[in-house]
Design a binder for this molecule. Sequence first.
Ligand code: THU
Length: 132
Amino acid sequence: MTQKSLMELAVEARDHAYAPYSHFKVGAAIRAASGKVYQGVNVENAAYPEGTCAEAGAIAAMILGGDTEIAEVAVVGDAPAPVTPCGGCRQKLAEFAPKGVVVTMGTTQGGELVQRIEELIPHAFAAAQMER
Ligand code: THU
């Protein structure tokens, strides 16, 4: 049996998203440097700003799984164009993704956008910047 792609895992995760307010379900999948894969979905809340993105869910699962280095990311939603991570999620991903990590953004309508993390968030804030 052939192995599922990271995007296929993001698509599968998306079915489980909880998005009763926006009705915009998003799935994410992260492959860690260890090879383990973690999925996440957006989870909305009646107090709208309290919702969490699919990427944040996948990162939380990764940390629980004992990984701290991202090797690859896939994100998918149902939109005319590939779904790109919000600004906050770009920063969250950059915390664990070294330069060069590929982020594939997809849409269930077909089409993909492939970017490296540093293209999505050039000059991400990093712990080293707090050194005085
Ligand atoms: N959303 C994600 O989960 N990830 C993205 O990359 C883009 C946006 C969610 C947040 C909210 O639940 C819904 O999509 C609409 O913004």
